[in-house]
Design a protein around this ligand. Sequence first.
Ligand code: SF4
Ligand code: SF4
Length: 161
Amino acid sequence: MLEGFKQAKHLMTRSGSRPPWYADGLSFTCVNCGDCCGGAPGYVWVSPEETRAIAKLLGMSPERFEQQHTRRVEQRQSLLELADGDCEFLMREPDGKTHCSIHAARPRQCRTWPFWKSNLTSRRAWAASARHCPGMDRDEHHPLTVIQSALRQNDDADLPL
Ligand code: SF4
Ligand code: SF4
């Protein structure tokens, strides 16, 4: 997985300070390359609420889902990954495209990419992640409100992204 996608490391300017560098919004459209969901080992954090939603989608009990598809990492649960580093729910198609088999219930961490605090600390940080994610800086424009919402969601969930 992309280093940034799985375990992030570091916000918004405080109210009253100058606008963030991304105040005009940012572009992002996923091209389904799957690079963020496979590769180097890392973490995909799931909350109890997300665990219940994924389990429901898969027709499993939350307990069974947690037992079979997650692991404990300190105070959090993370989705399991395969030996090659792919997330268990990453589906690879013959044409090289990928998709997430739990897309409708994918965790907040996946939903909010690439609008993570760690990517937004500076233009440089954003550009560094964009070198590994071909969807960044392309096509759909996401306004500041969307970016702020993603930041808020991850902050509220206390995700280390
Ligand atoms: S384009 Fe980016 S977000 Fe989409 S699958 Fe590839 S690395 Fe992941
Ligand atoms: S849950 Fe889906 S979007 Fe998230 S890492 Fe796994 S395959 Fe990728």
